[in-house]
Design a protein around this ligand. Structure first.
Ligand code: SF4
Length: 689
């Protein structure tokens, strides 16, 4: 660990949050405490600018009243009013050991369930020693991707395998830019400037979003479709392109399979039908098709907005098929945004998945509450939950069910976090995690191509420890009863883990070594040291699908879930409004939700005409409800909201409320990857006096 200055100092860092931009930061430190956060220009993509949420929230997250500074033991009831008393690390580790060991003896290791998600995105904090520990313990394997982005990943993989596409910076060279279901101002800030600059150079921007987001206000074409109808729109455009003789037949013949069956399905949707189903004007869809016919190079960026419904996988697959059928690959500015594969990381070496037993079973993170409450549905009952890098009460659908599960008396809950979150209040033992300013880590991105490194900028706050050290200590204690934990891999230092995280054989590392990556010099993984471009989709690499081609018909998805082709399923209507819970400009997922001013957007937005028809006024309290729950929110009347939809941003904390909107979100799953359907939420509203 570098020497931490005790006087005023400015240090480089990286934003660790679950956001595509992964900004480089400059943190001002005084007497070992964070004073101020600014953007730094170390990362050429983020160029010194950061969002207001981190600029105003990070200091309080690190030093505020909710910061966890010592291990805690719960002494009262679980829940919002829970009280805790400080204990030593030794007692905390021993309590966890005793509970886990007793459970392993009675039920086996599958009774222990790690519940982690996208807290810190660093390679070490996000998945290294923790994974080794749970893998070696034989704990339950949990797939957390259904919560978010799993649908998009599965959709992309079905078409292209895991071959990476283009980085977002390439939009600078695009002449047609399609932003599909991504509110970039809230969750991909730096892409905005690239797009606006490209527009100044003559690029056309199409935004597909049910809401008139800030980027949509600048669009040449904004398609304000009904949530969940993306697949219909994309199919209708594909069929229209065929009618217009605008398909790249040569590209399709050479590089795609399933073309015939794809168009047989697409041609079921005429422009008229699509206009009706998507609630768009026919001319708008026609215009979109004409853009694809007339403008090249074209690039597409999909956000998570389009995946969060019953047709989510189909919508993303059909959207990503548009550059395929028009042959938009190869030249700069053409293709699909996806930087997976750019980064020289080595998850296997970090996480040691080879430790997982052959007979392991994997459960979805979405199913955990149900499996706790209905133990007969799982062979081994869940008796221990270890929540870390995650705030499930604020994040999961069916919030009431989640809370009920966390209250189950025979469940031992360990929580590990920086902050005393809503979820930590249900833990029996809380472990204080270090913030990313207190340890070194390496960061990839899911937007740009820069690999970044950070080092500790402040000493640990209180007794907080990095995740790596917490799991080292647990492994050490478990070595008393399980010899696997004697292996040196459980004693590897953070410095050794950082080296392990990098794959020196990766094409981006040609001419580079681990030492090329410093806090002041990120590595641009879109090229190697000599400037040779990292191979990607149709730039040296073919799709890594089973057929080696783009699979417009996916046999794998046909086998898995009868989704060989994208399909559209109508939403069975139970309530008049569809509630969308998009990204917030105040919080990153639920991070900062406890901080004053970071929940000022916890309102319900409604279209003026819908408000008028119900005699509802801007600013009044309304009750929003469905069969699962009801809650009170203040109404904001906004012409940006599509008729028939309501908006309330995600990631709010309970605070004094008994619910957040997550209580209204249903539990059904999307067409592929078992993904959550946040934006299929149907509700009604009434005035609340
Ligand atoms: S949340 Fe995103 S935009 Fe904000 S500082 Fe972090 S990476 Fe940058």
């Amino acid at each position: 660990m570098p020497k931490i200055e005790t006087t005023r100092d400015e240090r480089p860092s990286v934003c660790p949050l679950d956001c595509a931009d992964t900004c480089s930061l400059k943190v001002e430190i005084e007497h070992g405490r964070l004073k101020k956060v600014r953007g730094s220009s170390v990362n050429p993509f983020t160029r010194g600018k950061i969002c207001a949420k981190v600029a105003t929230g990070l200091q309080e997250q690190v030093h505020g009243p909710d910061r966890l500074e010592s291990p805690l033991k719960r002494i009262g009831d679980r829940g919002p009013m829970a009280t805790f008393e400080p204990i030593s690390w030794a007692e905390a580790i021993e309590t966890i050991y005793q509970n886990f060991e007793s459970s392993i003896k009675t039920h086996g290791p599958l009774s222990i369930v790690p519940m982690a998600y996208g807290g810190p995105m660093g390679r070490l904090a996000g998945g290294s020693m923790d994974k080794r520990f749970f893998n070696a313990l034989g704990a339950q394997q949990v797939n957390s991707s259904p919560l978010c982005a799993g649908i998009t990943d599965a959709a992309y993989t079905s078409l292209f395998g895991d071959t990476g596409g283009i980085a977002q910076a390439e939009f600078a060279h695009s002449k047609l830019i399609v932003v599909w279901g991504n509110n970039i101002t809230a969750c991909n800030l730096h892409l905005t400037k690239i797009i606006r600059d490209a527009q100044k150079q003559g690029a056309k921007l199409v935004v597909i979003d049910p809401k008139k987001t800030r980027i949509a206000e600048h669009a040449d074409l904004h398609l304000q479709l009904l949530p969940g109808t993306d697949v219909v729109l994309a199919y209708a455009v594909a069929a229209e392109l065929k009618r217009l003789n605008a398909l790249d037949e040569h590209f399709l013949k050479e590089n795609a399979i399933g073309t015939e069956s794809y168009f047989a399905e697409a041609e079921k949707y005429s422009l008229e039908q699509a206009a009706e189903l998507c609630d768009l004007r026919l001319e708008e869809i026609e215009q979109f098709a004409h853009f694809w016919r007339d403008i090249k190079p074209a690039a597409i960026n999909t956000g998570i907005g389009a995946e969060r419904n019953r047709n989510g996988g189909s919508g993303i697959r059909a959207a990503l098929a548009l550059p395929v059928i028009t042959g938009n690959f190869g030249p700069k500015g053409a293709g699909v945004c996806n930087v997976s594969g750019y980064f020289p990381t080595n998850s296997q070496a970090l996480q040691r998945n080879d430790l997982i037993s052959d007979r392991h079973e994997t459960i979805s993170i979405l199913d955990i509450p149900n499996l706790i409450l209905e133990p007969e549905t799982k062979k081994t009952p869940i008796k221990n939950l270890f929540i870390y890098n995650h705030n499930p009460v604020a994040v999961h659908p069916k919030q009431d069910q989640m809370i009920k599960a966390l209250q189950k008396e025979d469940l031992f809950v360990v929580g590990c976090d920086i902050t005393l979150t809503d979820s930590m209040r249900y833990a029996d033992i809380i472990l204080p995690a270090a913030s990313h300013l207190e340890y070194s880590d390496i960061y990839t991105s899911y937007g740009h191509s820069f690999l970044q490194r950070s080092e500790a900028a402040i000493p640990p706050v209180g007794e907080a420890l990095p995740n790596t050290e917490i799991f080292r200590r647990l492994a050490q204690r478990f070595s008393h009863s399980n010899s696997i934990f004697d292996d040196p891999m459980f004693r590897e230092s953070d410095e050794a883990l950082l080296r392990t995280a990098i794959d020196p054989e990766h094409s981006a590392m040609v001419g580079r070594s681990y030492d090329s990556l410093t806090v002041n010099s990120p590595i641009d993984c879109s090229k190697d040291a000599s400037g040779s471009v990292t191979p990607s989709l149709f730039r040296g690499l073919m799709p890594s699908t089973p057929s080696g081609k783009v699979e417009l018909f996916s046999s794998a998805l046909e086998r898995e879930c009868k989704q060989g082709l994208p399909t559209w399923t109508a939403l069975e209507r139970s309530h008049p409004f569809i509630l969308v819970s998009p990204s917030s400009e105040k919080r990153t997922n639920s991070t900062f939700g406890n901080i004053e001013g970071h929940d000022s957007d916890v309102l319900l937005e409604i279209n003026p005409q819908d408000a008028h028809e119900r005699s509802l006024q801007d600013g009044q309290s309304v009750c929003v409800f469905n069969q699962q729950a009801e809650l009170i929110l203040n109404l904001k009347v906004s012409s940006k909201v599509k008729r028939g939809t309501l908006y309330s941003p995600k990631g709010a904390w309970l605070k004094q409320r008994s619910h957040t909107i997550n209580a209204l979100i249903p539990g059904h799953k999307a067409d592929i990857a078992g993904g959550a359907c946040y934006n299929d939420t149907q509700v009604d509203i009434r005035a609340y006096d």
